[in-house]
Design a protein around this ligand. Structure first.
Ligand code: IMP
Ligand code: MG
Length: 185
């Protein structure tokens, strides 16, 4: 896509992009690989894919269609950033999954791991419910997550430390519906 095409994108509310980091075709390619990896990693047992809202909603919907085995889907809602571009560390659970976790393989799906504070809090809470296994799948990982106490088993892309939007990721609730992942100017 040319720079002019970016400026003309009516979804951007007049904001400028620095660059498109992953376009729709590249994301589809990687999500399909992740789906195959996840399928192979769970040869048996019940699999519950738990999407962390709102950021994971597009990634999760594409990902589950690339997982070729039985599974169930539920969601968690945590709130940490508000309108800021900086993590506050205040993780608040707004919606707790109603599905029983005991004895199931739980795959927690996250859009992006930044400081890891959100995941630390959620992993503690989910581990206490006796799952058969508990793993994280993150589309993007900034690898500055020194605070994250848990491994991220499935990672789409290792990304540089810049603020990204699109494909579910927002800035102040805007830009989630961009079909590509971009960095804001
Ligand atoms: P953490 O607790 O610092 O790891 O923050 C994780 C959450 O912050 C993610 O689920 C996102 O909602 C949000 N976040 C972190 N980095 C970005 C970014 O570059 N763009 C948009 N949202 C982000
Ligand atoms: Mg967010």
């Amino acid at each position: 896509m040319s720079v002019n095409a970016l400026i003309a994108d009516p979804r951007l509310e007049g904001r400028a992009l620095k660059r498109i980091v992953y376009d729709a075709a590249e994301i589809a390619r990687r999500v399909s690989e992740l789906g195959a990896e996840i399928t192979a990693a769970y040869p048996d047992g019940e699999l519950l894919v738990l999407g962390l809202l709102k950021g994971s909603f597009i990634f999760l919907s594409d990902l589950v269609r690339q997982i070729n085995r039985p599974l169930h889907v539920d969601f968690l809602v945590a709130s940490s950033y508000g309108e800021s571009m900086v993590s506050s560390g205040n993780v608040r659970l707004v919606y707790d999954p109603e599905t029983e976790l005991d004895g199931k393989h739980i795959l927690l799906v996250e859009d992006i791991v930044d400081t890891g504070r959100t995941l630390n809090r959620l992993m503690e809470l989910l581990q206490a419910r006796n799952p058969r296994s508990l793993e994280i799948c993150a589309l993007l990982h900034k690898h500055i997550a020194e605070e994250l106490k848990y491994d991220t088993k499935f990672i789409g892309y290792d990304v540089p430390h810049e603020f990204l939007v699109g494909y579910g990721l927002d800035h102040a609730e805007s830009f989630r519906h961009l079909p590509y992942i971009a960095s804001l100017q």
